[in-house]
Design a protein around this ligand. Structure first.
Ligand code: ATP
Ligand code: MG
Length: 244
């Protein structure tokens, strides 16, 4: 499970002073729950996810992932999570199979287990056909599938996805949505950021909305509908306007 308390982040920008990216953000997500992080561009979602995954230190505040403190036990956090960054790259000259073998070895996975897991993920994400093609020869969607497979290779109990379906076609998006649903069934804790309301509707048990670094809503999709009407996109726009 994930809990963060009073997270703040101020980026220091040379000559331009400071950017306040997060201010006093607190929330919890539990096992078996898909938690959606929503907010306009620049709201602070990626900053928040990077802090939880220990890629970035907060200016203030604290947090825990599966009982590991993000400040004092970042190594413990990292073994518990799979973090898909919004712009993760792949080694151009390696094939997906080589990338997955490389990361599996880094995770300390035993060879037979690793090979079986690669086969399983190749089937889940329909990657078999391009498993031995160099990564720089793959399409955007193919690369994203490899990135997601890499993220979940070691079967972490916590999954952190920053815009997992951005730029993907509906078929590929559906594969990823189904994978997230399976993770929920397996009682994993999933936190994801997205701009796609249809995805929120299909996936998220709980939603937090951030604007200008501040969390101003934490609740369920039915709760949003009750207050702001059935059209989620419209509701989101209204809610952001109200706090702006
Ligand atoms: N490394 C950085 N240095 C300085 N400012 C940064 C840095 N990273 C992000 N910011 C700023 O912090 C704010 C929040 O950015 P962040 O990337 O967290 O937003 P986001 O909600 O993920 O947006 P998007 O939906 O566009 O991905 C923005 O004003 C951004 O310009
Ligand atoms: Mg972002």
């Amino acid at each position: 499970m994930i809990s963060v308390r009073d997270l703040s982040k101020v980026y220091k920008v040379k000559k331009k002073g400071e950017v306040v990216a997060l201010q006093g953000v607190s929330f919890e997500c539990r096992p078996g729950e898909v938690f959606g992080l929503l907010g306009p561009n620049g709201a602070g979602k990626t900053t928040c996810l990077r802090i939880i995954s220990t890629a970035l230190k907060p200016t203030n505040g604290s947090g825990e992932v599966m009982g590991h403190d993000i400040l004092t036990d970042p190594a413990g956090v990292r073994t518990s999570i799979g973090f898909l960054a919004a712009n993760s790259g792949l080694y151009a000259r390696l094939t997906p199979k080589e990338v997955l073998r490389y990361f599996g070895t880094l995770f300390g996975m035993e060879k037979a287990k690793l090979n079986a897991r690669i086969d399983e993920l190749a089937e889940t994400f329909e990657m078999t056909e391009f498993l031995n093609r160099p990564c720089d020869k793959l399409s955007t969607g193919m690369k994203q599938k490899v990135n997601i497979a890499r993220t979940v290779l070691h079967s972490p109990p916590v999954i952190i996805f920053d815009e997992p379906t951005s730029g993907l076609d509906v078929l590929t998006s559906r594969t990823i949505i189904q994978f997230v649903k399976k993770c929920r069934e397996e009682q994993k804790t999933v936190i994801l950021s997205t701009h796609i309301m249809a995805e929120v509707e299909k996936l998220c048990d709980r939603v937090a909305i951030i604007h200008k670094g501040q969390l101003f809503f934490n609740g369920t999709v039915p709760e949003i509908r009750e207050k702001h009407g059935d059209d989620l996109e419209e509701a989101f726009i209204q809610m952001v306007k109200e706090v702006a």
